[in-house]
Design a binder for this molecule. Sequence first.
Ligand SMILES: NC(=O)c1ccc[n+]([C@@H]2O[C@H](COP(=O)([O-])OP(=O)(O)OC[C@H]3O[C@@H](n4cnc5c(N)ncnc54)[C@H](OP(=O)(O)O)[C@@H]3O)[C@@H](O)[C@H]2O)c1
Length: 366
Amino acid sequence: MATAAETAVMRRAITLAARGLGATSPNPVVGCVILDASGEVAGEGFHQRAGGPHAEIHALREAGERARGGTAFVTLEPCNHTGRTGPCAQALTEAGVRRVVYAVSDPNPQATGGADTLRAAGVQVEQGLLADEAEAGNTAWLTSVRLGRPYVLWKYAATLDGRIAAADATSRWITSPEARADVHRLRAEADAVVVGSGTARADDPQLGVRGVEGVTQPLRVVVDTDATAVRPGARVLDGTAPTLVAVADGAEAGHLPAESVLRLPRAADGQGLDIGALLAALHGRGIRSVLLEGGPVLAGAFVAAGAVDTVVGYLAPVLLGAGPPALADAGISTISQALRLDVTETVRIGPDLRITAVPVPARKGN
Ligand SMILES: NC(=O)c1ccc[n+]([C@@H]2O[C@H](COP(=O)([O-])OP(=O)(O)OC[C@H]3O[C@@H](n4cnc5c(N)ncnc54)[C@H](OP(=O)(O)O)[C@@H]3O)[C@@H](O)[C@H]2O)c1
């Protein structure tokens, strides 16, 4: 049974893990705190980027000899495999750590088994401390392992009456500077930012992260079936971050840099590109989390494909009365098909409201 102090240590490890969001894919975010034999903090670490040392290694380095006889708190089961770095279970054993407390088991078949290796080496192992919090911190990666596609967070900014642009298509700016800064944090935590050709045409967005220090810029993706929306000189091609323009197999894309063209099959219903193929292609490139920034037509296609895992709506205390709604056709024509969500958080951001919600699994008789 963990003490309150141990729970606080695991919470610290979860906070550390979050610092890696947006930079570790295809790996998870992981945090680790090592206490020495007397219970003092001896070392801390988090997984900073794929290919770099794992959280446990950073913490062990900081702890040095003080790890001997100590306890390691890790947000994810220590890995058991030699990838680009050595197995952490072995490193913990060799450092003389006496006890390992981890929050969430590793579902990755290649990496799992760390707990067994530790036990076999005589280390005391406990699992489950703050498992829900640690899982929430790793939602994107865990979802991608479970579903075999990137986790998708759809974000929109709307007026209180649900409009994302005015009737004349002007949409800058519906929400406050505070809310827009918060969107840059979401971008920083994502591996890729995706918009449709309609948004590219209307706004010429740059899609990079601004105002967040030390960030790994996300891959920018425009879904532009016929390669007509992203033209040479578009801000998304400014070279400050990698960009992919997803186009149909036969589209004429000679005006785009060859390395930026991602060819995909058209959707079976003829409306744009196949969303499943897009997500599979991104997953194949190591993308584990996608921030879908709209617009409403593309978001509707993602909802119809069952490919929205979290919705974040920024609602501004503004009324427009006309203009496009946040979500266009999502293949839902009657109330029994409505996609029901659970609100997981509401936060006031400046004058606006940020609502986070996740789909609830369909209930019988709904
Ligand atoms: N306030 C906000 O949060 C926010 C966010 C984003 C955009 N906006 C506003 O939204 C407006 C643009 O919205 P929009 O709905 O017209 O554009 P959109 O959703 O960005 O792009 C829609 C286009 O994406 C392409 N597409 C490719 N594959 C698709 C698929 N499987 N299903 C559906 N579409 C697919 C289609 O055009 P092709 O097939 O021809 O490529 C489609 O017309 C602008 O006014 C913009 O300012 C507001």
